[in-house]
Write a protein that binds this ligand. Structure first.
Ligand SMILES: Cc1cc2nc3c(=O)[nH]c(=O)nc-3n(C[C@H](O)[C@H](O)[C@H](O)COP(=O)(O)OP(=O)(O)OC[C@H]3O[C@@H](n4cnc5c(N)ncnc54)[C@H](O)[C@@H]3O)c2cc1C
Length: 439
């Protein structure tokens, strides 16, 4: 009987267990996980912080679901992989052997490296324990400072505002999420934050956290200013947890390098989810995503391959439906302007390297208030889209971008001045979806 060993009990690990079980009903599946809360929705942590979700809503699996999956669970941290022996070490002592191994240990927050970060009240948002800790601290916090870019920093701002904490939001650059949003979109988000009472400071370089009796009391900026606060929350990017793989001599770049079958350079070792840098045969590139959907799909495909059913992972354009300052926003495919984001080290959560890439496309947009639509128009196809507010078009656009719809008949109209591009897209979608099988 083949023993499949899965490191990490996040969505990638669970999806792999599901597809192994569906393919090889008699296989032995062992899951090793170090999170005391087990498997839960990490994107849901944002809604937990704002009080819109209670803890139990974050857990997608019941005990019966786990029983049906028929896996053995080893609670602990994997500390080493011994590839020669086909074994791993848990918590520095016990060994577990495997025939096939999946590394699905996710990514972790990049740490702030300035003086004072060991003070009580300096927080990040990686997992459930962090979210609980922030909740508890927020109850006795009047003023907080949030630093960083991307979705998680904004979620921290909103979670704290919902708990009636007065928030100052520091941005190193000149505007929010500057390599994914365009200037207009950044300003929409910033204006809404200001309306919620958030103070924004641009070009702010945090240099030190100052404490009193072991707790945060204020922070200092490079220009000498200090800001009083009892809590400093940061989200400056994430790093795939590649150490285990690196120590074991597996090929690693930003993430663990895997081929289209999610296989590493060791044929018995696979990787999936936030820790993997997956090769996409359609574009010929190896990409890092930090998105729930791709992590689940990679886990599923890795599981199939581990169980002997050779299947390629074909990356569809990344897709994220999120909320930016209370405004539902869908980001699809390549919408960015390339280059670096001053507020982030590498990638953030809910982000994709594809979002940030500069497409060979012309931007068409309409709607300048809360309902805003921006399309990245290529020679014959749409390469990306950003939909803020009214979400009627987000699914059609996702399908048209993924299906590489030939937009030649409407390209000129989309580029014309004073056109409502949403109306043009709706008309085209009606016709296109009639002629193509859309799944
Ligand atoms: C606050 C927040 C907001 C997010 N927002 C969005 C969003 O808007 N949209 C979106 O699509 N995605 C979002 N994401 C990202 C999404 O949750 C991740 O892409 C997804 O969870 C990745 O799944 P994974 O299984 O690869 O890794 P994870 O979910 O990180 O799971 C990895 C598991 O491995 C465990 N582990 C780590 N090291 C070890 C070890 N050595 N031994 C044993 N176990 C180990 C971890 O404890 C964890 O349980 C968000 C994430 C967070 C935290």
């Amino acid at each position: 009987m083949t023993r499949h060993l899965i490191l990490g009990m996040g969505v990638a690990g669970i999806a792999a267990a599901e597809s192994i079980r569906a393919t090889e009903s008699g296989a032995e599946i062992v899951l090793v996980g170090d999170d005391p809360f087990g498997y839960y929705s990490r994107p849901g942590l944002a809604y937990y912080l704002t009080g819109e979700m209670v803890e139990k809503q974050l857990f997608p699996f019941t005990t019966a679901d786990f029983q049906r999956l028929n896996v053995r669970y080893v609670k602990g941290r994997t500390t080493k992989i011994f590839r020669e022996e086909h074994q791993i070490e848990v918590d520095g002592k016990n060994r577990v052997s495997y025939d096939r191994l999946l590394i699905a240990v996710g990514a972790q927050a990049v740490r702030l490296t300035i003086p004072g970060t060991d003070l009580e009240g300096v927080v990040k948002l990686d997992h459930m324990a962090d979210a609980r800790h922030i909740q508890q601290l927020a109850r006795r916090t009047r003023r907080a400072v949030v630093v960083g870019g991307g979705i998680t920093a904004l979620e921290l701002v909103e979670g704290l505002v919902a708990q009636r904490v007065k928030v100052t939001y520091l941005l190193r650059g000149d505007r929010y999420w500057n390599n994914v949003l365009d200037e207009h979109e950044s300003r929409i988000v910033e204006k809404r934050l200001e309306e919620e009472g958030v103070e924004l400071i641009h070009h702010a370089e945090l240099t030190e956290v100052l404490g009193k009796r072991g707790r945060v009391d204020s922070i200092r900026l490079l220009d000498g200013r200090t800001i009083k606060c009892n809590l400093l929350a940061y989200a400056i990017g994430i790093q795939p947890r590649v150490e285990l793989a690196k120590d074991a001599g597996l090929a690693v770049d930003k993430g663990i390098l895997v081929d289209e079958h999610l296989q590493t350079n060791d044929p018995d070792v696979f990787a999936a989810g936030d820790v993997a840098q997956a090769y996409d045969p359609l574009t010929g590139r190896s990409i890092i995503d930090s998105l729930w959907g791709p992590a689940r799909e990679q886990g599923r495909v890795a599981g199939l391959n581990m169980a002997g059913r050779k299947t390629a992972y074909l990356k569809s354009p990344p897709f994220n439906v999120t909320r930016l300052a209370g405004l539902t926003t869908t980001i699809i495919g390549a919408v960015g302007r390339g280059g670096r984001d001053d507020d982030l080290v590498g990638i953030a959560r809910g982000d994709s390297e594809t979002f940030r890439s500069l497409p060979d496309a012309i931007s068409a947009q309409s709607g300048f208030d809360v309902n805003h639509l921006r399309l990245l128009v290529g020679e014959k196809t749409l390469l990306g889209a950003l939909v803020m507010g009214d979400q009627t078009l987000s699914i059609p656009l996702q399908k048209m971008i993924a299906g590489k719809a030939d937009i030649s008949p409407i390209r000129e109209k989309l580029m014309a001045h004073d056109v409502k591009i949403a109306d043009v897209v709706v008309e085209f979608w009606k016709e296109w979806s009639r002629n193509f099988v859309v799944t």
